[in-house]
Each structure stands twice: as structure tokens, then as C-alpha cells.
Design a protein around this ligand. Structure first.
Ligand code: ADP
Length: 187
């Protein structure tokens, strides 16, 4: 049986879960991809679990009711735990709107879990509308849209909060990378 410490020594860094939560358009995908690239260039083992991508197959059976969103978060959480327990840094990009559901993942993952709140406001995120979904939701074409017709419960005590409404992508990435180096570096 290989221990986690043995895996960390072999990889040259610790592992865990960086859980990026925030509204649609807050920058989860952008920062997850950027961080993954930066860690890869350092020779670290990482991978992205992106909500939008995972809904195509992994959670193709789920919709956007509270029960389905909770089940999606639970599945992604369990997958991230497996990644972290095998020595990888799992970067999760998922709206994950309910605080209690995120807390359940934290309870399962323990010290491996790091909650990163991308706190861009609704006004900023809707102004960006990178996928045109806020406009569709406003015109009634999408129901249960987080921030408009569905709740988003911000983290009360995240390990890191980044106001992606005022920071540049480069500034946010720098802060994220610094955080990752601090918690996953072997020193
Ligand atoms: P999400 O995955 O949260 O829905 P995206 O990453 O798809 O969000 O889109 C965020 C958009 O905001 C991108 O177009 C990105 O370039 C822009 N942006 C501006 N400033 C930032 C920042 N500080 N962090 C992340 N994204 C930012």
C-alpha cells in the first residue's frame, strides 16, 4: 500500500483539491486552466474538473434542480478526492452554489480541501456574459439560472477569496499560484 506521503515525495509536492466556486463568468474556467498550465510547467501533477465540460457526459443525466446540482457537486467532489489521494492537485471549476453541499465535500475531503471563492459580483459577471447565458436567462430562455432565478450562497470562510471583478487575470493567477505553492510545496 503506497502512502500519500510516499506519493508526495515522488511527485515533489503535496496534493489536494483547489475548489473554485463563484457565479458564472466569475473566472473559474479561465483561472483553472491558467493554474493547471502554470503547475504543469513546474513539473507538478494537476488536472482540471470543469463543471461545464463534465455536464456533457459525466453528469449528462442531471439537470439544474437543487437535488441535481447537489448530486453533481457530490460526484465531482468524490472524483476530486480520488485525484488528490493519488497524488494529484485537483483543480475544480464548479459554480457549486449551495454552502451546505460544499461543506459536505469539505467534510469528506478533510485537509485536502481548499475553498477558493471568486467573488466577482453579479453586475460584473453579467456584464462579461462570456457565454451569452445571462442574456438568455434574462429573456426567459433558461430557468434556474444561478444569480438570477436561482441562489448562490457565498462561502463564509474560504481559504482564499479573489475579487475577480477588480483584478486582472494575471493578478488573480499570481495569487492562486502563490497559494498553491504555499500549501502544496514540500518546503
Ligand atoms: P466561469 O468559468 O466562472 O463561468 P469564465 O472563466 O468562463 O468564467 O469567464 C470569465 C471571463 O472573465 C473571461 O472572459 C476572463 O478573461 C474574464 N476575466 C477578467 N478578469 C478576470 C480575472 N481576474 N479572473 C478570471 N477571469 C477574468
Amino acid at each position: 500500500m503506497i502512502t500519500l506521503e510516499q506519493r508526495w515525495r515522488a511527485a515533489g509536492h503535496k496534493s489536494g483539491i483547489l475548489w473554485l466556486t463563484g457565479l458564472s463568468g466569475a473566472g473559474k474556467t479561465t483561472l483553472a486552466q491558467g493554474l493547471d498550465q502554470a503547475l504543469f510547467e513546474r513539473g507538478w501533477r494537476s488536472g482540471v474538473l470543469d463543471g461545464d465540460a463534465l455536464r456533457k457526459h459525466f453528469s449528462a443525466d442531471l439537470g439544474f434542480s437543487k437535488a441535481d446540482r447537489d448530486e453533481n457537486v457530490r460526484r465531482v467532489g468524490e472524483t476530486a478526492i480520488v485525484m488528490a489521494e493519488t497524488g494529484c492537485i485537483a483543480i475544480v471549476a464548479l459554480i457549486s452554489p449551495y454552502a451546505a453541499t460544499r461543506a459536505q465535500v469539505r467534510a469528506r475531503a478533510g485537509n485536502l480541501f481548499h475553498e477558493i471563492y471568486l467573488s466577482g459580483t453579479l453586475a460584473v459577471c453579467e456584464g462579461r456574459d462570456p457565454k451569452g447565458l445571462y442574456a438568455k436567462a434574462r429573456s426567459g430562455m433558461i430557468a434556474n439560472y444561478t444569480g438570477l432565478s436561482d441562489p448562490y450562497e457565498p462561502p463564509e470562510a474560504p481559504e482564499l477569496a479573489l475579487d475577480t471583478g477588480v483584478m486582472t487575470v494575471g493578478e488573480s493567477l499570481g495569487r492562486l499560484l502563490g497559494y498553491a505553492e504555499g500549501v502544496f510545496g514540500l518546503g
